[in-house]
Design a protein around this ligand. Sequence first.
Ligand code: CP
Ligand code: NVA
Length: 309
Amino acid sequence: KAKAGPKDFLHIDDFDKDTILSILDRAKEVKAQIKSGDRTYLPFKGKTMAMIFAKPSMRTRVSFETGFHLLGGHAIYLGPDDIQMGKREETHDVARVLSRYNDIIMARVFAHQDILDLAKYSSVPVINGLTDFNHPCQIMADALTIIEHVGQLEGAKVVYVGDGNNIVHSWLYLASVVPFHFVCACPKGYEPDARTVKRALKAGVSKIEITNDPKEAVKGADVVYSDVWASMGQKEEAEYRRQVFQGFQVNEELMELAGPKAYFMHCLPAERGVEVTNGVIEAPNSIVFPQAENRMHAQNAIMLHVLGL
Ligand code: CP
Ligand code: NVA
């Protein structure tokens, strides 16, 4: 059983390697049970979860709500117009009120400080469902997917191509805890946060490279990973970014350079024809849909962990 950590799930590097790997093992077990059709495991029976969304979502909303329900709980969706955290009501009041009704709070917000404030004032566990800074549940699902397809995460070469964004920060945090080879290939000026890179390098756990050369970066990759060039909150920059990110599209030529063992991954939603070609997403080595499915299984294990179940 995983060691006790902080009450919340906000950043992967808040946990040690054994805890992260044991959450991933748990995810495999619960996944097998759910896939077998067995509906008798109901650890969340009688529990409720409030889900705060300041941004749109398909995967995060549906995977959390469905996963919590399949294991016996009830999840409440609060969309951008419902509680208007920070506008209609202050974050610390939202945290204290929701903690009195619910066993877990899950939130997707803009400013990272908002999730930190929620966690500080909430008396129940808070799970980070994406902020402008990171997306830990996504990268836990990605790690599970790599373990299933590559065989193991330890020692794998994961090459992210695109914007040095929230997804990259969570990859860097994972690389601070579990040893693998992580490369981020991004245009100049779009590198991940320098302090976060420094912190991951200082952890000394993984080989980490930040480069501006995607063609060189992908060679020998086990996984080539892509995300949108303009994240939520940056959509007005989308046109400009399309110019700057020329050469960072994951297309057939880049996958060819990566070599025959490379899988393609993308957190989705994808803009086909922009950061990735339709052909790459649809190719047999693309594992984007098993990856999306694993959001639910990884998060079920994360929820079990924060509830101490
Ligand atoms: N990958 C992901 O978080 O998707 P949604 O934005 O649809 O939740
Ligand atoms: N970087 C993207 C991830 C979406 C799941 C965003 O923040 O919009």
